[in-house]
Design a protein around this ligand. Structure first.
Ligand SMILES: [Fe+2]
Ligand SMILES: [Fe+2]
Length: 148
């Protein structure tokens, strides 16, 4: 069973214990996805390939979180926070370093929520997403090392 399928089998009480955390994670995923999308339009080269890959994955994460929240009856929108234009217009080096900070923050936020969750299924789903965030962080750091 993949994470999407597992999310659909959650009982409301399994989600309720970490509802606020999941909602915050969901907003972070939307923020990162929107930011990366804006950045791909401004930047050029290999970084756009990396960011496009990240966009797909953050969207998948958002969709899994949305499913989890809906199991507890929490309605979600697809836009909460507008990305400041100044963030989108950052030059390459600053943009990448900001993205690294977001991925690092996401990785830690998932770890915290995994600790709080009581449900093994919730822990499994979040651990899979956290592993993606660890890879995202590594990809961006590798890019940073090779290009600075
Ligand atoms: Fe993500
Ligand atoms: Fe990520």
């Amino acid at each position: 069973m993949n994470s999407e399928e597992m999310a659909r089998t959650l009982k409301p009480e399994e989600v309720l214990a970490v509802k606020e955390d999941l909602f915050e994670l969901y907003k972070k995923e939307l923020f990162a996805g929107q930011l990366y999308l804006g950045q791909t339009r401004k930047l050029e080269g290999v970084i756009t390939t990396i960011l496009n890959d990240l966009i797909d994955q953050e969207q998948r994460h958002a969709s899994i979180l949305r499913t989890m929240l809906s199991r507890a009856g929490v309605e979600t929108k697809d836009n909460y926070e507008k990305i400041p234009q100044s963030k989108i217009n950052e030059p390459l080096v600053k943009a990448v370093s900001y993205d690294i900070s977001l991925e690092d923050e996401a990785m830690h936020a998932y770890a915290e929520t995994i600790k709080k969750a009581k449900s093994e299924k919730v822990k499994l789903i979040l651990a899979e997403i956290r592993n993606d965030e660890i890879r995202h962080l590594a990809m961006l750091k590798e890019y940073e090392r090779e290009n600075e």
